[in-house]
Design a protein around this ligand. Structure first.
Ligand code: NAD
Length: 161
């Protein structure tokens, strides 16, 4: 359970900085977005799940933009929207990902992982993170500042012992 009050004891501020967090509708992304908001950032949550995403953003006083990290054009539009007409993005955290197989089931041991599941995991957890980082990075480089958390995922595949 996310305990934002416990953050009050931490001396840290990102006041006035604009942050874009993918996978922000729930889980790790939402927790990161809520924490950044708590520490003063102007937060934009991005996610493919718009219903949950809008509610999540409203809950913490952030904004929401729909994005599918499997699509280059979707990522470009979302990052541009998050940066606004000023083109400002100070912080980007790329949490959108999946730890399920292509049928939505928990991933089994590596020896049972199909090519289709492997491709699904890579499209989201590797290529999706790279695609977002590239777009965010270009924007930050143009401005000469910014920081990206590249949240590359472990693939949750292990061997049976
Ligand atoms: N929870 C853990 O302990 C843990 C540990 C290590 C790594 N991870 C990895 O971190 C990532 C996030 O974990 P989580 O627990 O927050 O997962 P989660 O399923 O709770 O949240 C993932 C979010 O990503 C979004 N998403 C999925 N596909 C998307 C797409 N194509 N475009 C945009 N958004 C998309 C989902 O809608 C969801 O809101 C996963 O890849 C997971 O494998 C999780």
């Amino acid at each position: 359970m996310l305990d934002l009050e416990s953050l009050s004891t931490i001396d840290f501020s990102v006041a006035g900085q604009r942050a874009f967090v993918t996978g922000g509708s729930r889980g790790i992304g939402f927790a990161v977005g809520a924490a950044l908001k708590k520490f003063g950032a102007d937060v934009v949550l991005g996610d493919q799940n718009a219903d949950i995403g809008h509610a999540a953003a409203a809950r913490i006083g952030a904004r929401f933009v729909e994005v599918d990290v499997r699509s280059d054009s979707s990522v470009r539009e979302a990052v541009s929207w998050a940066a606004g007409k000023e083109g400002v993005l100070d912080i980007a955290v790329n949490c959108a990902g999946v730890a399920r197989d292509h049928n939505g089931q928990p991933i089994g041991p590596a020896e049972d992982v199909s090519d289709q599941t492997w491709d699904t995991l890579h499209a989201l957890n590797m290529t999706g993170v790279f695609r977002c980082s590239r777009e965010e990075g270009q924007l930050m480089l143009r401005r000469g500042r910014g920081a990206i958390v590249v949240d590359l995922k472990k693939q949750s595949c292990s061997s049976r012992s």
